[in-house]
Structures are given as structure tokens and as C-alpha cells.
Design a protein around this ligand. Structure first.
Ligand SMILES: [Zn+2]
Length: 318
């Protein structure tokens, strides 16, 4: 009896040891594959959330994206953190929107690029080739409107630019990048059609889009909405008495059905416009410079475009 128990114990011990050994081997295998992959991954820095999301979708498992301007902060001015500088020095590619979104050649993005010693070969302008539209400032000067990505048509162009840059940097994965870009483009083309059809379905007299910043120009012009705004681009002067007076005038003349408000602006100037004109602020905010926080509405570029269209259609349709 005793001997039998002893043998049983040995058997159990042997099985346990084999199991442990197997687990150990598997772990080792996992770590080594992981190490192998990191050599095959592009380290990418991107200036703001919309662009970062697009790169992640097109680059998939072969890109590691570090986003600079956090959600909740306008991308026109930014002070890179020590972590950003560290990641940027090791990056294979640095993407920016361009069209002066990041303050142009003297803005924060190019300062970062210079400070980490990166060259032209490492940087990619995502909006390259996009026909710029201009903002008129109070002195009548023309300034490029950076918010081109609000239009799905521009998103299509940006996707093509991102694809080209990734293939150039990692030609051996060209087929993979082409496939994911094709899937992504298909979605954007569908959304482009939805914008055309949706906005055409709004009664003509209601096709007036009024928000705080003139950030929707590329979309309103493309799909046939008349754009109203309080200020042309975010500055310290947002909602000045002059801007308020002119906007009240615009609202009284054009009688928009509702006033839209962006998720990341001071609500007070629009509240003044609303109380002075009797036109209500629409309950759902629109998204302009950024996608939604993870888990919230519009938390990817595709969802951002769909969400904005929904809000516009809900707000302006009868
Ligand atoms: Zn802006």
C-alpha cells in the first residue's frame, strides 16, 4: 500500500514538472517573438488625435504611434513634454497635419523636429496636395484654414499620403499597408456619399451651419452648407465684443435653425449669441480639432465624421 502511494506521488510530481517545463518554454517563445516583431515595427510620432487614429488604422500592427497633442487641447499651440522629445528622437517618422495647424514653419512641431535633429526625410505632411481654403482675419489678411480633415474628401487625400509614406519607409510591408488603406478608403468613400446625400436632404433654407470657430469651412464648402462663426481661428480674442456683434447680425439675417457648439470651446460666447437672437444652441456638440476620448462619442476619425454628420442632420432637418 505504502509503495503504491509513493509511486502515485512520483507520478503526480513528474506530471507537474512536465507541465511547468512546458509553460516555461511557451513563455520563452512568446518573449522571443515579441522581440523579433519590435524590429519590424515603425516608431511613429503624430501631432494630434485625428491623424494618430488614421495612421494606426493604415499602419495596423506595423506601427507604434505616439500622439502629441492630447484630446481636450487645441493643436495650434503645444509645449512638447520630456516624454514626447524622447520618443521623437527615436522615431522613424514624424507626421503632422500641415496647412499651419501646428503653427506653420515657426510653430511648435517644427521646433520639436529641429530640437531632436530630425531631417526632411523623417517628416510627413499629411495634408500635402490638399487645396487650401483661407480665413479672413479682422484686418483682412488671408490665413490658411488648417481644419481640412473635417471633410471626408480631405480624409481620402490624407489616407493616400499616409499610405505612401509608410510604404516608402517599410517597402516589405507594402501589400499589408495597401490592403488596410483600401479598407479604410472604402469606408471614407461611403461617408463622403452619406455627407452628399444627407446634406442634400436638408431643406434648402435650413442649410446654414453656425459654430464658434470657422473650423468647418472645408466641409461646408464641399457639401453646400452656408457657414457662420464667431471667430475665424482660436486666439486670445475669442468672443470679442466686435465678433459677438457681427455674429448676432449674421444670425438675425440668416436665421439658422440651431447654433452648433464644439466640444472643446468656451460656451459663453455662443450662449450670448443665443440669448440675443432667440436661436437655441443644439444639445449635441460637434467635434472639430479632435476625436472623442476613448469610449466616448466620435472616438475614431471614422466615427468622428459620422457623428458630426448625424448631429448636423438632426439639428438642421425638420
Ligand atoms: Zn482649431
Amino acid at each position: 500500500m505504502k509503495r503504491k502511494r509513493f509511486l502515485q506521488l512520483v507520478k503526480i510530481l513528474a506530471i507537474t514538472m512536465i507541465a511547468l517545463l512546458l509553460v516555461a518554454c511557451r513563455n520563452e517563445e512568446e518573449t522571443s517573438t515579441k522581440e523579433g516583431n519590435s524590429g519590424d515595427t515603425l516608431n511613429v510620432v503624430s501631432s494630434f488625435s485625428i491623424l494618430s487614429d488614421m495612421i494606426e488604422n493604415i499602419g495596423g500592427e506595423y506601427v507604434n504611434v505616439h500622439n502629441l497633442v492630447p484630446i481636450g487641447t487645441a493643436p495650434h499651440e503645444y509645449e512638447p513634454l520630456p516624454e514626447d522629445i524622447k520618443v521623437a528622437s527615436d522615431a522613424d517618422l514624424l507626421f503632422y497635419n500641415g496647412l499651419n495647424l501646428e503653427g506653420g514653419e515657426n510653430g511648435w512641431f517644427f521646433k520639436l523636429v529641429k530640437s531632436v535633429g530630425k531631417s526632411e526625410d523623417n517628416i510627413v505632411e499629411a495634408s500635402e496636395g490638399v487645396e487650401p481654403l483661407y480665413l479672413a482675419d479682422e484686418e483682412g489678411n488671408q490665413e490658411v484654414n488648417p481644419h481640412a480633415f473635417v471633410s471626408p474628401k480631405v480624409g481620402i487625400q490624407m489616407t493616400e499620403n499616409i499610405l505612401e509614406a509608410l510604404i516608402e519607409q517599410m517597402p516589405e510591408k507594402a501589400e499589408y499597408f495597401e490592403q488596410s488603406a483600401a479598407d479604410y478608403l472604402k469606408q471614407l468613400q461611403e461617408i463622403d456619399e452619406e455627407y452628399t446625400e444627407g446634406i442634400n436632404s436638408i431643406p434648402e433654407e435650413n442649410r446654414i451651419f453656425m459654430a464658434s470657430e470657422q473650423a468647418f469651412q472645408y466641409m461646408t464648402k464641399e457639401y453646400g452648407l452656408k457657414e457662420g462663426y464667431i471667430w475665424a481661428i482660436d486666439t486670445d480674442e475669442n468672443g470679442s465684443p466686435d465678433q459677438i456683434r457681427q455674429t448676432i447680425e449674421f444670425v438675425k439675417q440668416n436665421q439658422p435653425k440651431v447654433l452648433f457648439i464644439e466640444s472643446n470651446v468656451d460656451r459663453r460666447p455662443m450662449e450670448t449669441i443665443s440669448s440675443e437672437t432667440g436661436v437655441a444652441i443644439y444639445e449635441q456638440s460637434v467635434l472639430s480639432d479632435e476625436i472623442g476620448k476613448p469610449g466616448e462619442v466620435g472616438d475614431s476619425y471614422i466615427k468622428y465624421l459620422k457623428y458630426n454628420l448625424d448631429v448636423i442632420l438632426n439639428g438642421l432637418s425638420e
